[in-house]
Design a binder for this molecule. Structure first.
Ligand SMILES: Nc1ncnc2c1ncn2[C@@H]1O[C@H](COP(=O)(O)OP(=O)(O)OP(=O)(O)O)[C@@H](O)[C@H]1O
Ligand SMILES: [Mg+2]
Length: 345
């Protein structure tokens, strides 16, 4: 994987060859990660990929089967207490006590961290304010909306002012508005210097929040890089249309070739043309219509498709197959030429 430059001392999190099995289930099969201080690493992966298992290992809740993991330079097994003093965790299932009020929940966490009564009270009030929960502070948490409960849970993970924060799927199950609110809160934390490791099933979330993204699947890292690099592997947005007249297919491809940020693909059987347009989606759509019109090509079903997480995985699975057969490795085409789909098979 791509490690950012720097020595172990600059890293908030270092993971080397970490494995974990539950009986026959190999949840982690050798994970390597490096997270520089003050940055955000997004761990992207589908259900069962091993995200929560990794977070539990790094937060000392689970012992790794093998490998080693350091948080702020401390080994998660041999120096678990030192690690715990420096981290915060907001899990997939909120750890708040529903019968207690938001304020009480935060004060209890403060006492658990031995902040003392006055300091606990003060920290609770600060966090309630920061997370926009002051109005609801003295109601039982069970009366909170899902979004409010997530914010309270996140606030609880911050009581002891951790330098490294772990968020396991912080927005799964939230409505779009609460999700945006959560993103905003997370951005503020990062701006204040907190190192963040965040897991998510959403490409857009990783894109929005993470400096670096690691994609894991079935306990392995299958890709790593910035959001831009991952999108390049998928090809970004794809403009698709169908040319009903087979005789006009090559004219259509020629008309839109310059709009592709990598090779334009065409399928002679279906007449479908796919143009990877990167992040210039709607602009390219307008331009394609204009150029095809100028070339006198009729088209059907013109549509812009955004790459979904499915596309990323589809693309990445393809790359894994290539890795197994190095002779066929082709990398990501960046040329502006055209090639027929058949030719690439
Ligand atoms: N305590 C456990 N006992 C047995 N198997 C487990 C245990 N915890 C996790 N697993 C298995 O390990 C694999 C990875 O699970 P994990 O919870 O880490 O995935 P995840 O990426 O967090 O998934 P999700 O997106 O659904 O939360 C899964 O196959 C899961 O069934
Ligand atoms: Mg999970």
């Amino acid at each position: 994987m791509r490690h950012q430059s720097g020595t172990e001392g600059d890293l908030a999190i270092l993971v080397e060859g970490v494995t974990k099995s539950f009986g026959q289930v190999h949840a982690l099969r050798g994970i390597d990660l490096a997270v520089p201080r003050g940055t955000v690493l997004g761990i992207l992966g589908p259900n069962g990929a091993g995200k929560t298992t990794l977070v539990r290992v790094l937060t000392t809740l689970l012992r790794p089967g093998g490998g080693r993991a350091l948080v702020e330079g401390h080994d998660v097994v041999r120096e678990a207490a030192a690690v715990r003093r420096r981290i915060g965790l907001a899990g997939q299932s909120a750890a708040i006590q529903e019968e207690l009020t938001g304020r009480e929940n935060l004060q209890i966490v403060g006492r658990l961290y031995h902040l003392g009564r006055a300091k606990s009270r003060q920290r609770a009030a600060e966090l309630l304010d920061q997370f926009d929960l002051t109005d609801a502070a003295d109601r039982p948490a069970k009366t909170y909306s899902g979004g409010m409960q997530r914010r309270l849970d996140l606030a609880a993970s911050l009581v002891a002012s951790p330098s490294v924060l772990f968020l396991d799927e912080p927005t799964t199950g939230l409505d779009p508005r609460s999700r945006l609110g959560m993103w905003q809160v997370i951005r503020e934390l990062v701006a204040a210097g907190t190192t963040l490791l965040l897991t998510t099933q959403y490409l857009d979330e990783a894109d929005e929040l993470a400096n670096e993204i690691v994609v894991i699947d079935r306990g392995r890292v299958i890709a790593a890089g910035t959001a831009e690099q991952l999108k390049d592997r998928v090809g970004g947005d794809v403009l698709e249309f169908v040319v009903p007249d087979p005789a006009r297919l090559s004219a259509a491809v020629a008309a839109v070739a310059e709009l592709g940020h990598s090779a334009v693909q065409s399928d002679e059987e279906t007449g479908k043309v796919s143009v990877p347009v990167g992040d210039r989606g709607s602009q390219s759509l307008v331009e394609a219509v204009r150029r095809l019109d100028a070339a006198g090509v009729n088209t059907d079903q013109m549509a812009l498709r955004r790459p979904s997480l499915d596309d990323v995985f589809l693309s990445l699975t393809g790359h894994i197959a290539e890795d197994e057969q190095p002779a066929q490795r082709s990398g990501v085409g960046r040329g502006r030429g055209t090639r027929s789909k058949r030719g690439t098979r």
